[in-house]
Design a protein around this ligand. Structure first.
Ligand SMILES: C[S@@+](CC[C@H](N)C(=O)[O-])C[C@H]1O[C@@H](n2cnc3c(N)ncnc32)[C@H](O)[C@@H]1O
Length: 489
């Protein structure tokens, strides 16, 4: 039997390795939604592509209709998010370890399993169309293997597969990791984070929320756009989003169809990201002449919102981003807020700001992190992150926070923020800083309750104050963490 015919990956390269023996054939027919989805799944597996960057290109190249573009998007992102769960099923039907399944066959089986078990696509279409996409790409060889195994998957319903996979687990955490399609170390970290609020019972809900597509949320930049007026101009598309006083929810369509988005007065931004930025600018009134620094600003979402607030109060705004290409994105984001390049963006390692003691009134440290709080937005991210990333990042996070504490004036405020709820990146960092002395931990729950009275906010005790962890399943936002620290001497 040839490699193509039996679907075996004899390279044993596992995820992300090209299977070598496949010949990619020219497609005689116009590609459809499944061809596009399969293309992107393979590029993610073989070339470490980012699905959210590649998919829009592939959809345009294939000239998919609006409807097919929607289908390709749902199939690609849904399959990537749940691919760990589908792998468990593929191992059962193919009766071999997943790393021994050829990359194309594995991607096609995941794609087919997603259609069969998580969408309303009819069984015959899910099987036949997926097999046809494999045949167009690689000929008869692997399509037989894919066809046979998809038929086996289609013989049981979604509930039965759920039970079979759950029964294969050794314990409760492994069960959740398998059925909710997350690496086990991430499940453990999320449980630990929920335990800080005595909410371990919400673990399954938290994991499920990571498997859903988030709503598109927009921010009306203060002084440049007024939320109610923007909603009034597009009542069929927009509604207020309770998680931030400037947030709106887009019900469908492309945000750039809105003139307010094209002009930069309204930005696509998660409401939790809005809330952490506004917590710093509104924790107490901004005074004219205050100096505000965004230490880790790329690509500039929070900078744009903060700068709009800061300039309206006659205060001064400074952004910094160490990666030059990302610093350019910050400059672009700030152009809508101030004419030309009126706001400078430095390109320093944020730790160098320790050389400017007592220089700023408020500093945002939106620290580089694992991003475990935004897994629903980055469908393949959970499979690429590693536990070892946490140690490296938390060392950097400590140093960036220390630099900000040095650079803020006595009486000034540092906001420490991550888009990860991993305790080693959140409370681990701020509790250490609080123990070192010279800082008061403010009550972040109070400012959140002012800014978003409809949200159910609970605090996590840090020193004498409270940090706040937002969650997709409870607040409809990314899992943003915030602590506000005031320098006392
Ligand atoms: C979580 S992101 C910031 C997101 C941004 N605040 C926004 O809302 O668009 C963290 C940023 O920190 C940058 N970064 C990483 N190491 C850094 C360092 N040593 N100094 C300053 N910035 C750093 C990364 O390049 C990344 O752009």
């Amino acid at each position: 039997m040839s490699e193509q015919r039996d679907g075996v990956n004899r390279t044993h390269g596992g995820r992300g390795k090209r299977s070598g023996g496949q010949r990619r054939q020219a497609r005689p027919t116009k590609p459809g939604a499944r061809d596009v989805a399969l293309d992107v799944l393979l590029a993610v597996a073989e070339d470490d592509a980012y699905s959210n960057l590649l998919l829009p290109h592939r959809i345009r190249e294939a000239r998919l209709s609006h409807e097919d573009a929607g289908l390709a998007t749902e199939l690609t992102y849904g399959t990537l998010r749940r691919s760990g769960y589908y792998d468990a099923i593929i191992e059962m039907v193919a009766k071999r370890p997943i790393d021994e399944v050829d990359t194309l066959a594995r991607a096609a089986l995941q794609l087919g399993a997603h259609q069969l078990l998580a969408t309303r696509v009819a069984t015959h279409a899910a099987v036949n169309e997926t097999v046809s996409a494999v045949r167009r790409r690689a000929g008869q060889g692997p399509s037989g293997f894919v066809n046979a195994n998809l038929r086996r998957i289609s013989e049981a319903d979604a509930q039965t597969w759920h039970e079979r996979v759950a029964d294969s687990a050794n314990d409760e955490l492994e069960r959740l990791a398998l059925v909710e399609s997350h690496p086990l170390w991430i499940v453990r970290a999320l449980r630990e984070a929920l335990a800080l609020e005595h909410r371990e019972a919400e673990l399954e809900e938290t994991l499920r929320a990571n498997n859903e597509s988030p709503h598109v949320q927009l921010a009306a930049l203060p002084e440049l756009a007024e939320r109610e007026a923007v909603i009034a101009a597009h009542p069929e598309l927009l509604e207020p989003e309770p998680a931030s006083p400037v947030a709106m929810r887009l019900s469908g369509g492309d945000p750039s169809d809105l003139e307010e988005v094209r002009s930069g007065r309204v930005r696509v931004q998660d409401a939790g990201s809005q809330l952490v930025a506004l917590a710093l600018s509104r924790v107490e009134p901004l005074r004219a002449g205050e100096r505000i620094l965004d230490l880790c600003a790329g690509p500039g979402g929070k900078s744009a919102l903060l700068a709009a607030e800061v300039l309206a109060a006659g205060a001064k705004f400074q952004a910094n981003e160490v990666v030059p290409a990302r610093a350019d994105l910050v400059r672009k984001a700030l152009r809508a807020v101030a004419d030309g390049d009126a706001l400078s963006v430095t390109e320093l390692d944020g730790r160098e700001y320790a050389n400017q003691p007592d220089a700023y009134d408020r500093i945002l440290v939106d620290a580089p992190c694992t991003g475990l709080g935004a897994l629903r937005r980055r469908p393949e991210a959970r499979w690429r992150k590693q536990l070892s990333d946490v140690a490296d990042l938390s060392a950097l996070q400590e140093e960036l926070l220390d630099a900000a504490v040095t650079a803020v004036k006595p009486g000034g405020i540092v906001a420490y923020v991550t888009c990860s709820p991993h305790p080693a990146e959140t409370v681990g960092i701020v509790r250490r800083a609080a123990r070192a002395g010279g800082l008061d931990v403010l009550d972040a729950t109070a400012i959140y309750r002012d800014l978003a009275p409809d949200l159910d906010i609970t605090g996590i005790s840090v020193g004498d104050g409270n940090a706040v962890q937002l969650w997709p399943h409870r607040h409809g936002t990314d899992a943003m963490f915030l602590t506000l620290l005031r320098k006392t001497d």
